[in-house]
Design a protein around this ligand. Structure first.
Ligand code: PLP
Length: 393
């Protein structure tokens, strides 16, 4: 992959995000790379591009940037996070076993159950935050160990280093969905994982205006599989989306810092409120960098900051929780996360609506649970919004 030869070898995340993956400047002088809206390339051209399904200059720019940010040798970009997941899953074959963390992103669960099973792949689930379940890895010898940390939506933290070591001792491949953490806060490959997956729709792009996915790896063999999947299964993004995500990645560090500081501040204030009880009370708060988080120490070790996602349960009924959400003015109720604008979601009526109440409550998705994707607005405005909505104003 082509890197800027003028870039110091030890340049940091913030600098690499802006300077790595900016090809074609030497030929044209353009400070920002153009969008290559072309489906095909002249045969025999010196760049090696032939058809956009199997590669495009805008893909190469973004792949270069993301590989650098994840400390990876390789990166392949896809049309969405789910396309990136598909690329990994369709590298498996009938008879293979996946051992997955049980609390994973709903659409990952759906493709495991509704698609992959039909192709003869076995999927087993376990609580991989509990080290007494690590033994399952040696027992099942899975082709793939599927991790997500923090998990969506319940913010459970998994020990990527310990799980990777356990998986490698029996020759299993480890994939980590790094979407909730972001490339700035967590580098799964440095912790021992083989594949780090991003829905670049979220923090990488950061502006809720495009969809994308990426898989980063240090393995030449897996890189070949990813490039093959991009072209053979047709999982490629559009050049325009790749360009937008390249633009977004340049500000990932500053955005993430604000997402994290805002979320931590709101988490602390909600926790203070919980201690006080009474009107506008809070039943529980969940944020990886609160000392009350069950895996606080691991989160501190594994992540540079707590991220922009925050959970709270105000002890309200299903209907009252929805009414609270409707009273919020700055948090828009919507799926997705990781954009500059604050969003709010009610897992019980949105992502987990199809799951029976008892099953969902046992998993921690209570009627009163609210998921905040904390944006980069002024934290006092966000706090006032929550406070006012709780006061029923
Ligand atoms: C959103 C999300 C995905 C899927 O990404 P899309 O870009 O929506 O396809 C995968 N994993 C996690 C953890 C997500 O939050």
């Amino acid at each position: 992959m082509k890197e800027d030869p003028t870039l110091p070898a030890d340049a940091r995340f913030e600098t690499r995000a802006i300077h790595v993956g900016q090809d074609y400047r030497s030929e044209t002088g353009a400070v920002i790379p153009p969008i290559y809206m072309t489906s095909t390339f002249e045969t025999g051209n010196p760049t090696g591009f032939d058809y956009t399904r199997s590669g495009n200059p805008n893909f190469r720019n973004l792949q270069c940037t993301l590989a650098s940010l994840e400390n990876a040798k390789h990166c392949t970009v896809f049309a969405s996070g789910l396309s990136a997941i598909s690329a990994i899953l369709f590298s498996l074959k009938a008879g293979d076993v996946i051992l997955s963390e049980q609390q994973i992103y709903g659409c990952t669960y759906r493709i495991f159950e509704k698609v992959l099973r039909r192709f003869g792949v076995t999927i087993k689930y376990a609580n991989l935050a509990n080290s007494s379940n690590y033994g399952l890895i040696a027992q099942l010898k899975p082709a793939l160990v599927w991790l997500e940390s923090p998990t969506n939506p319940l913010l459970k933290i998994l020990d990527i280093k310990a799980l990777s070591a356990a998986a490698h001792s029996v020759g299993s491949i480890v994939a980590v969905d790094n979407t909730f953490a972001s490339s700035l806060l967590q580098q799964p490959l440095d912790l021992g994982a083989d594949l780090s997956l991003l829905s670049t729709t979220k923090y990488t792009n950061g502006h809720s205006d495009s969809l994308g996915g990426a898989v980063c790896t240090n393995s030449d063999e897996w890189q070949e599989k990813m490039i093959f999947a991009q072209k053979a299964i047709g999982l490629q993004p559009s050049p325009f989306d790749a360009w937008l995500i390249s633009r977004g990645a340049k500000t990932e560090a500053v955005r993430m810092e604000r997402h994290c500081s805002n979320a931590l501040e709101l988490a602390k204030r909600l926790e203070e409120r919980k201690a006080r009880k009474g009107r506008k009370s809070v039943r529980s708060v969940n944020y990886p960098f609160l000392t009350s988080h069950p895996q606080y120490k691991l989160a501190k070790k594994q992540m540079k900051a707590g991220g922009g996602m925050l959970l709270a349960d105000f002890g309200l009924s299903y209907g009252d929780t929805l009414a609270f959400i409707r009273r919020l003015r700055l948090f828009t109720q919507a799926e997705s996360l990781g954009g500059i604008e604050s969003l709010v979601a009610h897992p019980a009526s949105m992502t987990h609506a199809s799951i029976p109440k008892e099953t969902r409550e046992a998993a921690g998705v209570t009627d009163g649970l609210v998921r905040f994707s904390v944006g980069i607005e002024h934290v006092e405005d966000l706090w006032e919004d929550i406070d006012r909505a709780l006061a029923k104003k």
